[in-house]
Design a protein around this ligand. Structure first.
Ligand code: NAP
Length: 284
């Protein structure tokens, strides 16, 4: 008998990567849903689907990820990023399913000077981080067998920084990119691997899950151009010079401390992950 896994937000970057991760599996059967099939903000629909499928696990890949839009649409962001995982937690707990939930580095204030561990105090600076943190809290409150994986600077099959840089490089000799935000670019493929590693285990709780190493956005852009063989140069600027509408954490490097302490699982270095990603998209 295959183990059924409900995927929410299956058309998003992580949803697609999780599908690739499990492609060809004879052990698991994925039931893909995005907002049209299952709106996670609707508790009745969530209960109905989860009760009818009685899955082994739910992987919540759904989220409201538009950081700027969250500021003006905080209620909507709260419904998707907090009420959604709450609903999934209630349904998972009732039916005995495991719940895999994904959160963000933006739960931290960004004033740190060393990589954040899972035990460090949170302090979100914006609506996106606040709503994601509320989601984490609901998952802890309502689901007994949960994993919460905080990731960062995610890129996969969808709208993301890497694709934006590649597009800009087609028409620009130079791009201006901020240098005063440091983090760990993480490929959705690497995150999906870690999810598949955790899911069969009883290793529940809160984890940081990002690629190893860190950089600022300007350095990330330089590496993208170098690997993609683009001539475009990067002008490294401050967030103030860029005129960003929303304050983002200056330093949001996460240490995958719990993964290392509970089994030694290691993510790839971010340089290797972006090289693999670019290799795959240029092959297409
Ligand atoms: N992207 C990043 O840089 C980043 C960084 C840190 C953490 N994360 C976290 O990583 C996870 C995966 O992010 P991602 O980049 O894969 O997100 P994504 O590409 O934006 O995908 C999210 C998916 O959820 C869907 N969705 C929105 N509202 C929904 C609802 N009410 N019910 C069901 N589905 C709904 C979206 O549909 P529509 O497109 O139609 O709205 C989209 O297909 C999220 O938890 C996110 O918070 C992401």
């Amino acid at each position: 008998m295959t183990k059924k896994i409900i995927i929410t937000g299956s058309n998003g970057q992580l949803g697609r990567a999780v599908n690739r991760q499990y492609a060809g599996s004879t052990e698991y059967e994925l039931i893909n849903t995005d907002v049209d099939e299952l709106d996670i903000t609707n508790i009745d629909k969530v209960m109905e689907l989860v009760r009818s499928i009685r899955p082994y696990a739910i992987i919540n890949c759904a989220a409201y990820t538009a950081v700027e839009a969250c500021e003006t649409q905080e209620d909507l962001a709260f419904r998707i990023n907090a009420i959604g995982p709450r609903n999934l937690s209630i349904a998972a707990d009732e039916t005995g399913a495991k719940l895999m939930h994904v959160s963000t580095d933006y739960v931290f204030d960004g004033n740190g000077t060393r990589p954040y561990r899972e035990t460090d105090p949170v302090g979100p600076q914006g609506a996106y981080g606040r709503t994601k943190l509320a989601g984490e809290e609901f998952v802890k409150e309502f689901s007994s067998r949960h994993y919460i994986v905080r990731t960062a600077w995610l890129y996969g099959d969808g709208k993301n920084f890497v694709r934006t840089m590649l597009r800009l490089s087609e028409t620009n000799d130079k791009v201006r990119v901020v240098r005063d935000q440091v983090g760990s670019p993480t490929s959705a493929a690497e995150l999906a691997k870690a999810i598949a590693y955790l899911l069969p285990t009883e290793n529940y709780g809160l984890f940081h899950g990002t690629c190893e190493g860190d950089c600022n956005w300007a350095q990330f852009a330089e590496e993208i151009f170098r690997l993609a063989g683009r001539k475009t140069t990067v002008e490294a600027i401050t967030s103030e010079e860029y005129g960003a509408a929303v304050k983002r954490p200056a330093y949001s490097v996460l240490e995958n401390y719990m993964l290392k302490m509970t089994g030694g699982y290691m993510f790839a270095d971010w340089h290797d992950a972006i090289a693999e990603y670019l290799g795959n998209i240029t092959e297409k």
